[in-house]
Design a protein around this ligand. Sequence first.
Ligand code: NAI
Length: 460
Amino acid sequence: MPTHDLVVIGAGPGGYVAAIRAAQLGLNVACVEEEQALGGTCLRVGCIPSKAMLEASELYSMARSHLAEFGVTMTAVSLDLPTMLKRKDGIVSQLTKGVEGLFRKNKVTRYFGHGRIKAAGVVAVEGKEPQEIQAKHIVIATGSKSSPLNGVELDGTHVVTSTEALSFTEVPKHLVVIGAGYIGLEMGCVWKRLGAKVTVLEFLDRILPGMDSEMAAEAQKVFTKQGLEFKLGTRVTSAKYDGQKCIVECGGSEPIHADKVLLSVGRYPNADNLGLDVVHVARDSRGRVQVDQLFRTTIPGIYAIGDMIGGPMLAHKAEEEGVACIEGIVHGHCHVNYDAIPGVVYTDPEIASVGKTEDQLKEANVPYKKGVFPFMANGRAKALGQTEGRVKMLAHAQTDRILGVHIIGPRAGDLIAEAVVALEFGASSEDIARSSHAHPTLAEVMKEAALNVDGRAIHM
Ligand code: NAI
């Protein structure tokens, strides 16, 4: 039986990063992955292809509706969806092959097949070439799957999850999105920009639950202005394709007809045929594997990271945990700062956030100061023609330590990195306010928001 020091099950951002880190630290590492392409949901059918489509649809929308404002006129703009999809697939292929290259460089042995834990120290690889492998340490990094919803009949073509919604071969006339979370808004924005009518049905009375509520309300206003239709407080009871159209029923109102329906009401840990019950790895009521600070499960030698355990289901959170888990195995200690994990919704404009929301501070009775600065007053945003949104910085009322930063606006997902570093270093708003930010850049909004924590923004 092939023997390794460590085997990782799953080659998503958590798993492949853990495998590489373990190899860097001198372990003999294997990784079992059932998909041909490495990289997991994120690279194959998640973050990366969706961003390729977001960028492409943004350019199309720019060319169609906004380039004239810049003095660039075009006689005809048309959509070439097959090329857009081909480009997206090309980017995915380059990146998944890149992970293969990284495995080769780091001498990580890849096993192609479904990994199932047979016992502590033994993983069965099931598939074309079934075999068993032995390893002292097993890391579970199998990610998550789209949550189903009672009454919603997924058929892979008309009533679909995000995987299929990334590859519609025609622009739907009317797309109904169930769930106003990350996936629903990102995919809704893509197809809206490509010409679809988009209706978003959300069970709660707000969008983006968990995000700062003031910023979520502002985002909803912006998206509504762009033409997205929201029906909040709407409970979907059924959705199916009747052979001609999709019919979506919501308690108490008229059925909605559409040609495509996207179900995006969350994800759940992927423990399919993983052997967790056989080896008695403890899980909570939502199927998440229970781990301690060293990512150890209740069974010695078995660890879990990423979407399989608690916390936000984000690729970069899984990566941090992958590295920390391995360093814990090798060095006996490790740390992930969950207060400094950013969340980004890649819509247009983007929404980004790190640290505490204003709602959380209020609820915990933490005294805070707030500095807000709009992109409208930023020169670079004006030049870009993207002035919607603002930055909100929250700092402790007495110590001035930054507690949370929330941004809606152009490239918010890149701008939030400064706030993440500030939180990691325990910075005060004064620290950011006194740091020179190049002019003219979007990043100046961060400095101005920091200045405004004490009411001294210059350009407002
Ligand atoms: P989500 O948890 O972000 O949002 C699901 C939404 O569906 C919530 O607003 C919820 O209230 C609503 N909902 C639940 N049941 C419903 C019902 N019966 N009818 C109507 N609405 C209902 O889940 P989503 O968007 O599916 O994303 C799954 C995971 O993937 C998230 O944890 C997210 O963090 C991650 N993700 C992250 C991305 C990023 O970092 N940019 C992009 C895509 C996904």
